[in-house]
Design a protein around this ligand. Structure first.
Ligand SMILES: Nc1nc2c(ncn2[C@@H]2O[C@H](COP(=O)(O)OP(=O)(O)OP(=O)(O)O)[C@@H](O)[C@H]2O)c(=O)[nH]1
Ligand SMILES: [Mg+2]
Length: 301
């Protein structure tokens, strides 16, 4: 399956929901009047762009329709695509992992798909010829490191782990030492799910970051915040707080295969001004797609 087909399939639910409403709006279309823009805005809100982002998109569309004298549905649809692509392009969507080693710290609340995302990412990076090391920074439950170890086995990459209850920052320290000794390209650090408003857990995250900064001052670092696409606008609130505390450099939106509200991707990029770097479209090892704004919007509309 090609890249575009795969994204389309992963976004089937959102696309169908959007198509239904957009089709009726565009098929009734005579002129781009108030009613048309209102209905369009409503359908974007339904797809979970959120009131603010949907309003902004439709306002921009209104201006361009006037300015460029757009009259046909094709022209207007194209313009809408352009606008949404622009809202998604808020930074580099590629991972910044040029140094050896480089570090990707993966954070987020419970059950959003952090460990799964690391497993998929490890497989992709290995496929690109990179030497990958997983670091089991979720020491909360023994099962967490076991789960990560299974993923390490699937793609044949190394893992560094400690006993249950160990200090996550010390596991990260071990991981970095191992990476330096082995000439690893990328260290992927799993962390325990945490609530953005639990101070002790957020301090633990800060401690991990300090160890990384101290041990690898010159290295490229990414802090990927994983958000569950099915939780919609709630994710946005989490994301804002994580961004403030943890210096998030990229977003991963998971479980987009399970929701009709994939428009949340646009809401998040727009509200946070942090680039979406990957989307998860299934539980399998190949179900993580590097994010590409244009393909995403074309798959959607
Ligand atoms: N359908 C679907 N399921 C996913 C996706 N990503 C993750 N999952 C599932 O979500 C569940 C939780 O995934 P984990 O990777 O364990 O989540 P986590 O954030 O590591 O969870 P904690 O470590 O408990 O905080 C698992 O059943 C995954 O298979 C996705 O893109 N699509
Ligand atoms: Mg996990």
């Amino acid at each position: 399956m090609g890249f575009f087909e795969k994204i389309k399939k992963g976004l089937t639910k959102t696309r169908q929901a959007m198509e239904n409403t957009l089709l009726s709006i565009f098929s009734d279309f005579a002129v781009a009047d108030e009613e048309f823009f209102d209905e369009l805005e409503e359908s974007l809100i339904l797809a979970d762009l959120g009131v603010e982002t949907a309003g902004k998109a439709v306002e921009a569309l209104r201006e361009q329709v006037d300015f460029k004298h757009l009259t046909t549905t094709d022209q207007i649809r194209n313009e809408l695509r352009q606008i949404l692509v622009g809202m998604l392009e808020v930074g580099d969507a590629a991972l910044n992992i040029g140094t050896r080693p480089s570090v990707v710290l993966v954070i987020g609340v419970n059950g959003v798909g952090k460990t799964t995302t690391i497993g998929k990412l490890a497989n992709q990076l290995k496929g690109e010829g990179k030497n990958v090391l997983l670091c089991a920074g979720d020491t909360f439950r023994a099962a967490a490191a076991d789960q990560l170890e299974i993923w390490a086995g699937r793609s044949g990459v190394d893992i560094v782990r400690q006993h249950e209850g160990a200090d996550p920052a010390s596991v990260v320290f071990d991981g970095i030492s191992a990476a330096k000794a082995r000439g690893t390209d990328v260290i992927l650090v799993d962390t325990a799910g945490r609530l953005h408003n639990k101070a002790n857990l957020m301090n633990e995250l800060a401690k991990i970051s300090r160890v990384i900064d101290r041990e690898l001052p010159e290295s490229d670092k990414e802090v990927l915040l994983v958000l569950d696409g099915t939780t919609g606008q709630n994710g946005l609130l989490q994301a804002k707080q994580f961004k403030e505390i943890a210096g998030v450099t990229g977003i991963v939106l998971t479980k987009l295969d399970g929701t009709a509200k994939g428009g949340i991707v646009i809401a998040i990029a727009d509200a946070l001004q942090v680039p979406v770097k990957y989307i998860g479209v299934g539980e399998g090892i190949d179900d993580l797609m590097p994010f590409e704004a244009r393909s995403f919007v074309e798959a959607l509309i």
